[in-house]
Write a protein that binds this ligand. Structure first.
Ligand code: IMP
Ligand code: MG
Length: 185
């Protein structure tokens, strides 16, 4: 079993890159079908969704597609702080636009709830939520999750843009926190 160490913690392979690639391809095809004729504005939530955005957007064929970025953070270590901070202001006029929020992961839903409020106040035509990974059992906020590539159990993962204290974002596969490393069992 493939294992890696980031800072003080060990992680083991959960999903190969090819599995994630296929799920994102399927998601892109669904969006292409469902948003035909919409001139969508894709809003990528940094830092975590940079890789997902890149993988997905190359497969979006809807005429009039635009991409922009917002940066928020809600995590310190492996546990959600429950606090969401907007780090880079967002001043694009989205009135009457179809917005597709691209997230790396929906966990508690705190970040998405915050973002949905912020965007709704700017009167878009509609807001669609699309996330690469979704942990349904971790959800504490009532938010719509319109599209997800893959659903996961309530475990901490890294790779594919997701980090453990800034490490692991570059990994193409997804790794899960190994609570009982073999050498400590
Ligand atoms: P939420 O606000 O609890 O839904 O968390 C949203 C953000 O926390 C995501 O966009 C991720 O950047 C980060 N996050 C959630 N779960 C994980 C994880 O398992 N590993 C790394 N980052 C995570
Ligand atoms: Mg993070």
């Amino acid at each position: 079993m493939k294992k890696i160490k980031l800072h003080d913690k060990e992680f083991r392979l959960l999903l190969e890159a090819s599995v994630i690639d296929s799920a994102i391809q399927e998601l892109a095809q669904k969006l292409n079908r469902d948003l035909e004729g919409e001139k969508p504005l894709f809003l990528s939530v940094l830092n975590g969704s940079f890789m997902f955005t890149s993988d997905l957007i190359k497969q979006i064929t809807i005429p009039g597609t635009e991409i922009c970025f917002i940066k928020i953070a809600s995590y310190a270590g492996t546990c959600s702080t429950g606090k969401v901070r907007e780090l880079i202001g967002f001043n694009k006029n989205i009135e009457g636009r179809t917005i597709v929020i691209l997230e790396d992961m929906i966990d508690s839903g705190n970040s998405m709830a915050y973002l949905l409020d912020l965007l709704a106040a700017r009167h878009p035509k509609k807001i669609v939520v699309a996330t690469m990974f979704y942990k349904p059992k971790a959800l504490v906020c009532k938010i719509p999750v319109d599209y997800y590539a893959l659903s996961l159990e309530n475990d901490f993962v890294v790779g594919r843009g997701l980090d453990y204290d800034d490490l692991g974002r570059n990994l193409p596969d997804l790794y899960i926190l190994d609570d009982q490393p073999a050498n400590h069992a």
